[in-house]
Design a protein around this ligand. Sequence first.
Ligand SMILES: C[S@@+](CC[C@H](N)C(=O)[O-])C[C@H]1O[C@@H](n2cnc3c(N)ncnc32)[C@H](O)[C@@H]1O
Length: 194
Amino acid sequence: MSSFDTLAKNWDKNARRVAVAKSVADHIKKCAGENLKIMDFGCGTGLLSYNLTDIAQKIVGIDNSPKMVEEFNKKSPNLQKIKAYASLKDIDERFDLIVSSMTFHHIPDIPKLVAKLSRYIIPEGMICVADLHKEDGSFHDRGNEGVYHFGFDVDWLVEIFSEQGFELVCEETPFVIQKQKAYPLFLLCFKKRS
Ligand SMILES: C[S@@+](CC[C@H](N)C(=O)[O-])C[C@H]1O[C@@H](n2cnc3c(N)ncnc32)[C@H](O)[C@@H]1O
């Protein structure tokens, strides 16, 4: 069982996580269109996904924690419209928009992930990623197991996406998480060149 499995049941009780997801969704809506097919990579219990239903025709969540997937799907009023899966291998379609919030720092090989995600996006589609700016490793109160990046250098991410044919169309600071110090988040939205 992954540590995210053990956290799934009480994930939404953390008011800060709820507020981050709402703010990231509000900022994504400034850049994205409407009536979209959306994938949420590292969807967790769906805090971000369920804030995007008003711009979605369909939402597919992906999370490798089965318990997160279970919590996500419990909330769905219509599994045809919004449903989570445990693996990208279950998905055989392309999306107008891929979103991901606070997940990239848990992924060891970011260039590999971006190459993989780019295969699921239509030409001119968008990928929006929210995560921490570079930090000193003090962000995670429970320790850094499963944390592969202490935040990101935004210019490095822009380079990785550019290598996969994406251009940066929007950069925002959707939230600043206040703990013992401030941890600002970035939101980067990339458009796939046709
Ligand atoms: C910090 S949580 C963020 C969850 C959600 N996006 C939110 O904002 O509430 C990171 C999520 O990424 C998932 N995750 C980590 N590695 C993953 C991988 N390789 N593939 C899919 N999901 C992954 C975890 O299970 C967890 O639910």
